[in-house]
Design a protein around this ligand. Structure first.
Ligand code: HEM
Length: 466
C-alpha cells in the first residue's frame, strides 16, 4: 500500500537523499540494497514500488503473468505528456497495433542489411572525417555528444527516411535535441517523486519544472510535425521506412503519428548512444579487450579491409560479446517499471498488492553474484563465449532489451550500429580518456542512462591503413 510517510530505514534514506553520502548514483544505492536482500527484491513504501533483481520474478512479470503487469495508468500519466500514445506508453490494442507494424519493419532480415548501409553511410561520410579533424587539432571531445548526434541521424534516416545532419559539430545542438533531453529528464523525475501530487499541482499552475516540460514538449512537437510533413511531401508509396508504413496504414490522427515519431526517436537514439558511450568508457580502460577486438577484426575482415556488410558483422563473436558485456554493466535502460493489476505473489514469495509499481533493474542485475558469479563486477567479454562462439544468456537474467512479450524490437539494429561504429573507430583511432581512469560513472536522471559529464576523450590517429 502507498503510505505518505514511513519511518523505515530505506524510506528515510530515500526521503532525505542521504544515500548520496555513500553512492554516486541512485542506481548504485538500489544495487546495494538488492545485493543485500535475501530474495533480491526490495520494497519502497513511500513510492509503493517493489524493485527486483531476481530473474525468476523478471520472467514472471514479463512473460508468465504479462497480463497482470501492464504499463498501467500511473505510468501513462507520468510519460503521457511527452510520449502520448506512442508504443512505450500504451497497453492493449493501441500497443498491439504499433508492435505489429514495427515488427513488420524491424523483424525483416533485409532491414538489417539496410540498417548496416544507413550506419556505414553516416560513419564514412561524417564520423570518420570528424574524428580525423579532431585528431589533427589535438583537442578534447565529448564522445557521448558525438554518439547522440550520430544515433539521431541514423534513427531519423532509418525510421523516417530523413537526414537531419546532426553530426556536424560546428552546428550548435538544435533546439529540438536540447528540448528532447529536457523532456526525457523531467518526465523521469516525475517518476521519482515521492508523491505524484507535487508534479500534478505544478503542471496545473504551469510553474517550475512543469513549465519547462511544457515548453520542451512544444519544441519536440514542432520537429515531429516537420518530420511528418516532410515525409508526406517527399511521398511514401514506395518507401520502406517505418513512418511511411504507419502513414499508409490509414492513421488519420496527426497527434498519434507525432506520438509514434517521438517513441521511435526515443527508442533508437538515446539507447544506442548510451550503449556506444559505455562501450568506449570500458574499452578505453581495458587495452587487453581492445587488442582482442582488433585481433578478431583482422582475422575476419582482413587487416587492410573495411567491413563488407551486415553478414560479416555477425562473424565478430568477440566484439558481440564485448558489447553485451558492456551493456551488462552499463545497461542503456537501467530500470523499467510495470503496474500490478491484481494482488499477486512473485516466485520469490514477495506479496504484491494491486496498484503497486513493480520494477526490474537490469543495472543491479548485472552486479549480482547470484547471477554472474563472484567476478560479476569485472568487464570480461569471455564470459559470453563458449567453444569460440557467442553464447546467448537467458534473457530474464539479462533483460537489457527487456524480455518476454514486449522484448525490444530494435535489438539487431542496435547491435549492428554499435558494432559498425566500434570497429570503424577502434581500427583507425586511439581513444584516450581525458578523465582519470578510476573515475566512477555518474549518470543524470533520464529515461536512458546518460553520463552526467559526457565522455571526454582525446582522439589519436593510428598508423594503420584503415
Ligand atoms: C542498445 C540499444 C537498445 C536498447 C538497450 C533497447 C532496450 C529496450 C527496452 C529495455 C525496451 C522496453 C522498454 C519499455 O517497456 O518501456 C525496448 C523496447 C523497444 N525498443 Fe529497444 N532498445 C535499443 C534500441 C532500439 C532500437 C535501435 C530500436 C528501433 C529502431 C528499438 C525499438 C524498440 C521498440 C519499438 C520497443 C517497444 C516494444 C514494445 O513495447 O512492444 N530499440 N527497448
Amino acid at each position: 500500500m502507498r503510505v505518505w510517510y514511513c519511518n523505515c530505514e530505506i524510506c528515510q534514506t530515500y526521503i532525505q537523499s542521504s544515500w548520496t553520502l555513500q553512492f554516486p548514483n541512485l542506481c548504485d544505492w538500489y544495487t546495494h540494497l538488492l545485493q543485500n536482500s535475501p530474495t533480491q527484491t526490495i520494497h519502497f513504501h513511500v513510492l509503493n514500488n517493489t524493485i527486483t533483481a531476481n530473474p525468476d520474478n523478471v520472467e514472471y512479470i514479463l512473460k508468465t503473468r504479462f497480463d497482470n503487469y501492464p504499463k498501467g495508468k500511473p505510468f501513462s500519466a507520468i510519460l503521457g505528456d511527452f510520449l502520448g500514445r506512442g508504443i512505450f506508453n500504451v497497453d492493449g490494442d493501441l500497443w498491439r497495433f504499433q508492435r505489429k507494424m514495427a515488427n513488420l519493419e524491424l523483424g525483416h532480415v533485409a532491414i538489417r542489411a539496410y540498417g548496416f548501409d544507413v550506419v556505414s553511410h553516416e560513419i564514412h561520410r561524417r564520423l570518420i572525417p570528424l574524428m580525423e579533424s579532431v585528431s589533427q587539432k589535438n583537442e578534447v571531445i565529448d564522445l557521448q555528444d558525438v554518439f547522440r548526434r550520430l544515433s539521431f541521424d541514423t534513427v531519423c534516416r532509418f525510421s523516417f527516411g530523413l537526414d537531419p545532419k546532426c553530426l556536424e559539430l560546428s552546428k550548435p545542438l538544435s533546439k529540438f535535441t536540447i528540448s528532447f533531453d529536457l523532456a526525457s529528464k523531467i518526465s523521469a523525475e516525475r517518476a521519482m517523486a515521492a508523491s505524484p501530487l507535487i508534479w500534478k499541482i505544478k503542471r496545473l499552475l504551469n510553474i517550475g519544472s512543469e513549465k519547462k516540460l511544457r515548453q520542451a514538449i512544444q519544441n519536440v512537437d514542432i520537429l515531429a510535425e516537420e518530420v511528418i510533413k516532410q515525409r508526406r511531401k517527399f511521398g511514401f508509396s514506395d518507401k520502406k521506412d517505418l513512418l511511411s508504413r504507419f502513414m499508409t496504414s490509414n492513421i488519420s490522427d496527426e497527434i498519434f503519428l507525432r506520438d509514434i515519431v517521438i517513441s521511435f526517436l526515443l527508442a533508437g537514439r538515446d539507447t544506442v548512444a548510451s550503449a556506444l558511450t559505455s562501450f568506449f568508457w570500458l574499452v578505453a580502460r581495458h587495452p587487453d579487450v581492445e587488442a582482442a577486438i582488433l585481433n578478431e577484426a583482422d582475422t575476419i575482415i582482413g587487416a587492410k579491409n573495411g567491413l563488407t556488410g551486415y553478414e560479416q558483422t555477425r562473424e565478430l563473436h568477440y566484439l558481440h560479446a564485448a558489447i553485451h558485456e558492456s551493456m551488462r554493466l552499463y545497461p542503456p535502460v537501467q530500470f523499467d517499471s510495470k503496474f500490478c493489476l491484481n494482488d499477486d505473489v512473485l516466485p520469490d514469495g514477495s506479496f504484491v498488492k494491486k496498484g503497486t509499481r513493480v520494477t526490474y533493474h537490469p543495472y543491479a542485475m548485472g552486479r549480482m553474484e547470484e547471477i554472474w558469479g563472484s567476478d560479476c563486477l569485472d568487464f570480461k567479454p569471455e564470459r559470453w563465449i563458449k567453444d569460440g562462439v557467442f553464447y546467448n544468456e537467458n534473457p530474464f537474467k539479462y533483460p537489457v532489451f527487456q524480455a518476454g512479450v514486449r522484448v525490444c524490437l530494435g535489438r539487431e539494429m542496435a547491435i549492428v550500429e554499435v558494432k559498425s561504429v566500434a570497429i570503424s573507430l577502434l581500427r583507425r583511432f586511439r581513444v584516450e580518456l581525458a578523465v582519470p581512469r578510476d573515475a566512477s560513472a555518474r549518470f543524470s536522471p533520464g529515461l536512458t542512462a546518460t553520463y552526467r559529464d559526457g565522455l571526454r576523450v582525446l582522439i589519436r590517429n593510428k598508423p594503420r591503413p584503415n
